[in-house]
Design a protein around this ligand. Structure first.
Ligand code: MG
Length: 183
């Protein structure tokens, strides 16, 4: 039932804000694409960076993902500004070892393309290659407690999407049909 003056979500605004805030926090789609490449190149040697970036864009087009990105970045920024209440302020500011809500929020991204994303997420979280190393650099007063997990999760989800699609492509090729490109 629709009511006057009711809150209405503008999906384009959410998508636009996600893109804008990732860029403002110093993360590009190419950097996430490079993480995807690292995760998938052994399985698909013909994979290109452009293909990885396309898959990152597909992941970023999902509302669950946009919600997690906006929430995580917001918490990082509030912690930077010292605006959270204690003891949460210090837990997030110092990326405290027993505080795991950053990983839990990131799992809502990993979930989008099924369970093989979990393995990739765990792997990349341990290795912290490329942009993840930069995000984990605790010097300079910038806090990325949430964003590092979110970026790793986007890469893991994009990798999972690639794996699922490559399989679908192989099967479609065998059957002489084309894979649809809807999500
Ligand atoms: Mg973290």
């Amino acid at each position: 039932m629709s009511q006057p003056n009711m809150y209405r979500l503008n999906s384009k605004e959410v998508a636009g804000a996600t893109e804008e805030w990732l860029a403002k926090r110093g993360v590009t789609k190419e950097q996430i694409g490079q993480l995807v490449m690292l995760l998938q190149k052994d399985y698909f040697p013909e994979l290109t960076l452009a293909e990885c970036v396309l898959n990152v864009e597909a992941v970023l087009s999902k509302r669950e993902v946009q919600n997690a990105v906006l929430t995580g970045i917001q918490l990082d920024m509030l912690a930077e500004e010292g605006k959270l209440l204690p003891p949460l302020q210090d837990m997030i500011a110092y990326d405290e070892g027993l505080y795991g809500c950053d990983e839990v929020l990131a799992l809502s991204i990993v979930n989008v393309y099924g369970s093989i994303g979990f393995t990739n997420f765990g792997y990349i979280d341990k290795l912290k290659p490329g942009v993840l190393k930069k995000l984990n650099d605790k010097s300079g007063g910038v806090i990325h407690t949430f964003l590092d997990d979110i970026v790793g999760a986007i890469a893991a989800a994009a990798s999972s999407r690639i794996a699922h699609r490559k399989q679908a492509e192989r099967e479609a090729l065998a059957e002489g049909i084309q894979v649809r490109d809807e999500e």
